[in-house]
Design a protein around this ligand. Structure first.
Ligand SMILES: [Zn+2]
Length: 410
């Protein structure tokens, strides 16, 4: 079975995760695909393939090498799709031999994939592009990664003459709601390092992510009947508005930054006269820069309160994740071998700092160095999501190359 056939099968499962859920995984629908994946891995010959109480599917491709000491490496992909876009009833469409013309998606004539709006399509001439039908996301994020890992596993099982060490596989739920690694048992996984297959353009090896915190700034005022409020009421909504107005807009904001610049980003306000809280995302590539931004937010919040006698403010900071480069810099082979695997597949290595997090940002700090490799996904979380069949095939090749390279270099 080809990587495309697998991919077309997986995207038809509704595996949307849900931020508001308190269960793990957040939706039971994810378990349907996870169960079927465990079965499929057993069918291709991975006898220990199993699903645990949290829904994590793991399996081992046994070593084929006679060399002692070849380290165990892992490959990881997530099965859930973003809660931000409908993910049920996905109808994948394969557009053969892309020639640069507009791809009009049949279920909504306003959903048009245009070369002019999507520069990465320029390198896909003659390739086969898969999209959804216009009303849902596709789910290439990250079912492309899942299909690539299963296909590479089947290939390695069918080719025992390829020498490699033990290879571990994991499929995880709830990445899109930030809980993909909540119950991931690094010790049981037992790998020296792993690679998430969840990146974009072919050749991408991502070793740097944001460092991220979540901040809540809560303003306390005083509420009373507005008809009798003279010199008594302290309106926390107005203090919060004053605070938000003080946040820099021409710098340190998502709207004004790219590349290696971080930001503070107010994204939720819970407003009331007595009490108003503002939630902010704080992002930077350096933990130091994160702390500076948090100090700035604190200072601006205090300044805002000064004009309102009797009001007060409290702030809380919650760590989200850290830049995995801090860890990966201590494991140069993990990254070097990934570069080598990409080059052996005939591709140029693309390195880019991810302005977000990956499961690898958390796993790396949990003791499993985990860079992110390309899976071929584009336009994540959008009804214009697409993936190229040829890129998925290259990703399969890169996985197989990595297994060989870790054996060779031992
Ligand atoms: Zn993803």
């Amino acid at each position: 079975m080809t990587v495309l056939e697998r991919f077309l099968r997986y995207v038809r499962y509704d595996t949307q995760s849900d931020e508001r859920s308190t269960t793990y995984p957040s939706t039971a629908t994810q378990l349907v695909l996870l169960h079927d994946l465990a079965g499929e891995l057993r069918e291709i010959g991975l006898r220990d393939a199993a699903i645990d109480q949290y829904g994590y599917v793991t399996a081992t491709i046994p070593a084929t090498t006679a060399k002692p000491g070849v380290p165990t490496i892992g490959f990881i992909a997530h099965v859930d799709t973003s809660p931000e876009m409908p993910g049920a009833g996905v109808t994948p469409i394969v557009h053969r031999q892309y020639d640069g013309c507009d791809l009009v998606l049949p279920d909504d004539s306003t959903a048009v994939l245009r070369l002019a709006d999507n520069p990465p399509l320029a390198e896909q001439m003659g390739h086969d592009i898969v999209t959804a039908s216009g009303t849902t996301l596709l789910g290439a994020d990250d079912k492309a990664g899942v299909a690539e890992i299963v296909t590479a596993a089947a290939y390695l099982v069918a080719h025992p003459e390829i020498p490699h060490g033990p290879v571990r596989i994991a499929f995880t739920p709830d990445e899109e709601v930030g809980r993909g690694t909540a119950h991931f048992d690094v010790a049981r996984f037992g790998a020296r390092c792993a690679y998430t297959m969840d990146g974009g353009s072919r050749g991408a090896v991502e070793i740097e992510t944001f460092a991220a915190d979540a901040m809540t700034v809560t303003f306390h005022g005083f509420n009373t009947h507005p008809g009798y409020a003279k010199r008594r009421m302290i309106n926390a909504i107005k203090i919060a508005a004053d605070f938000i107005h003080r946040l820099p807009s021409d710098r340190l904001s998502p709207e004004s930054t790219d590349g290696h610049n971080g930001f503070v980003h107010p994204y939720v306000v819970n407003a009331g006269v007595e009490c108003t809280s503002v939630k902010l995302l704080v992002r930077d590539f350096e933990t130091e820069g994160l702390k500076e931004k948090e100090a700035l937010v604190n200072a601006l919040a205090r300044e805002a309160v000064v004009g309102y006698a009797g009001a007060w403010v409290e702030t809380a900071i919650e760590e989200s994740y850290r830049n995995m480069k801090q860890i990966l810099d201590r494991h140069p082979a993990v990254v070097e071998y990934a570069h080598e695997a990409v080059r052996r597949a005939g591709l140029d290595v693309r390195s880019r700092a991810v302005r977000g997090g990956t499961d690898g940002s958390r796993l790396s700090f949990m003791g499993l160095p985990t860079p992110n490799l390309f899976a071929g996904e584009h336009n994540f979380h959008s009804r214009l999501e697409w993936v190229s069949v040829q890129d998925m095939e290259k990703a399969v090749e890169v996985i197989v190359n990595l297994c060989r390279i870790w054996e060779e270099k031992t």
